[in-house]
Design a protein around this ligand. Structure first.
Ligand SMILES: Nc1ncnc2c1ncn2[C@@H]1O[C@H](COP(=O)(O)OP(=O)(O)OP(=O)(O)O)[C@@H](O)[C@H]1O
Ligand SMILES: [Mg+2]
Length: 533
């Protein structure tokens, strides 16, 4: 199913995004019950916005997907394709190529088969307008934007419309007739009752200003959801799909380099897989480092290609290209610097520097935190630092060269990850699964309010587990919170076993409370701890 839109190999890789999928499902349920919600996704490039949409559409057929970047050009072309994609999704649901819906005569033919009056009307009007010498661009866009709701009303349907790379709608401003495409879009989607919109975009700052700026017309109409990099645990899970059977310290190495960014993670894993299969190399931490460096520094590397592309498209439209480059280089050498320091580094005044920094923030390359500047994507920072120095690697670099680069990388460019704790938590999960002989998963209630570290089921018995990996003993409050959580959860009246694992032991009041409530307490090695009376 949806083989064209969402191929099998991607489906198998799909990991995580529970919270986001839940939110989308909630939106779909609300829509079915008559309450309308619109959502907007923000997130860095390649963080997994499109994949998330694909996964949801795969699980929930009957919705519509349009990539605005792909169709944004002249208003004529845009409206034809926008309407074409609506027809395509209703008729094919991503199972075939959309070609037959992208050209007016072919589309007219398809529409006669489909028996949707609103659609036939729109396509007829589109065709008529096309035959005129001077076309009304606002009319054409209106036809496109209002069509989904008309179809919903006619067919008594509810539809979710996914508009990917939404910020690309701005391209329509090129037509002198179209003053503000976002305003047109908004007026068309007002008073809807059958359609929910989900907008996604990679240019975070631009999307934010479109959606949140008071002057812009879409203000306050959308619930905003940030798509973040993966947690350590999710990164491990993704890694284990590409490199099954490896130890967690191998996955930890990958996490250290990728910072949980799913695209970087996938790229490093694939490279390691290739080395191990083609060259029969054993998978070690050293091989992971090699794979990462080759991915970032070799022209063949996918991360390298992506960074190069990001650099080009971000700076291509910029005035003051040379200064922007200089700022990026200064910042690559030392992050967390203030305007004054950067200004000194590029030999400009702080005022002039500020303008350029704002520009770099706008294209999402850098971000400000407490008056100092950082790269948004640390992997991109590493790429740029070496790229600027002209350092390049082949696919099979010499050992000596790798060694030097690696010590330089660790010393200068890796952000220290202080909390090895999460890695341990993951190991604990695996050990506990073995010990109990059941599968355990992180649990979140339907409304997202209750989260339990691990939950599993054996026969009719529910197992609930809390893990605290802190340097401080778990206390009375920790146990009490855990008990309260389980009582409020859907498992409250189920027969259950409760476990509490703590890295640094328990206070005596915690142990007593646990005992009187039948909570099994375990130490870092999963050995049971007895309460002293
Ligand atoms: N949830 C996920 N599970 C597994 N892999 C993922 C996930 N999300 C992203 N990836 C990996 O990262 C790649 C990029 O994802 P995707 O195309 O969805 O990103 P995007 O945010 O839409 O990027 P862009 O801004 O470039 O459109 C995917 O092809 C996949 O390899
Ligand atoms: Mg995308």
């Amino acid at each position: 199913m949806m083989e064209y839109f969402y191929p099998e190999h991607l489906k198998k890789m799909f990991t995580n995004r529970k919270r986001e999928l839940k939110d989308l499902e909630y939106t779909r349920d609300s829509l079915d019950k008559g309450t309308l919600r619109n959502i907007s996704f923000f997130g860095l490039r390649r963080i997994g916005k499109s994949l998330l949409i694909k996964e949801f559409m795969y699980r929930n057929p009957g919705n519509i997907y349009i990539n605005i970047e792909e169709i944004a050009s002249s208003p004529e072309f845009f409206s034809l394709r926008y309407i074409g994609y609506i027809a395509y999704w209703l008729n094919e649901n991503g199972d075939a190529l959309p070609d037959d819906y992208m050209e007016i005569n072919a589309l007219i033919k398809k529409c006669t088969e489909m028996n949707i009056k609103a659609l036939t009307d729109a396509v007829t009007k589109l065709n008529l307008e096309f035959s005129k010498e001077k076309r009304d661009h606002n009319f054409l866009l209106g036809l496109a934007f209002t069509l989904p709701e008309k179809i919903c009303r006619e067919k008594n349907k509810k539809i979710m419309l996914f508009l990917d790379e939404f910020q690309a709608l701005a391209v329509l401003k090129k037509s002198p007739q179209v003053l503000n495409p976002f305003a047109l879009f908004r007026s068309a989607i007002q008073n809807q009752s059958g359609t929910s919109y989900v907008l996604a975009g990679s240019q975070i700052t631009k999307m934010r200003s479109i959606l949140e700026d008071h002057k812009e017309p879409l203000f306050l109409q959308f619930n905003v959801l940030n798509i973040e990099p993966f947690t350590r645990e999710d990164t491990y899970e993704l890694c284990s799909k590409i490199l099954p059977g490896q130890d967690t310290d191998i996955f930890e190495s990958i996490y250290k380099y990728s910072y949980g960014h799913p695209f970087h993670t996938t790229s490093v894993c694939e490279r390691v897989k290739e080395y191990s299969e083609k060259c029969e190399l054993e998978i070690t931490n050293e091989l992971i480092s090699q794979a990462f460096l080759v991915e970032v520094l070799s022209k063949e590397g996918n991360i390298n290609k992506f960074c190069r592309y990001l650099y080009d498209i971000s700076l291509e439209k910029a005035r003051g290209y040379g200064i922007l480059k200089a700022i990026l280089t200064v910042l690559a050498e030392k992050e967390g610097t203030t305007i004054t320091e950067i200004a000194r580094g590029i030999k400009r005044s702080p005022q002039a520097t500020k303008k350029y920094l704002m520009w770099l923030e706008e294209v999402d390359l850098i971000t400000k935190y407490e008056k100092t500047y950082f790269y948004k994507d640390p992997v991109f920072r590493t790429w740029l630092a070496y790229y600027e120095k002209g350092i390049e690697l082949g696919i099979m670099p010499k050992r000596e060269m790798l060694k030097n680069l690696l010590s330089n990388l660790e010393e200068k460019y890796l952000r220290t990850s202080s909390e090895l704790g999460r890695a341990k938590e993951f190991e604990t999960k695996v050990k506990l699964e073995k010990k109990l002989g059941i599968e355990l998963k992180n649990y979140m209630s339907k409304d997202g309010q209750i989260e339990i570290d691990l939950a599993g089921k054996k026969d009719a018995l529910i197992y609930l587990v809390e893990i605290k990996w802190k340097n401080k003993s778990s206390d009375y409050k920790d146990i009490e919170n855990f008990l309260k959580k389980t009582e409020k959860s859907e498992f409250s009246d189920k027969e259950k076993k409760l476990f509490f694992i703590s890295k640094s032991g328990f206070t005596s009041s915690a142990l007593k409370l646990a005992k009187s409530n039948n909570v099994t307490v375990l130490d870092r090695n999963l050995e049971a701890i007895e309460a002293v009376n």
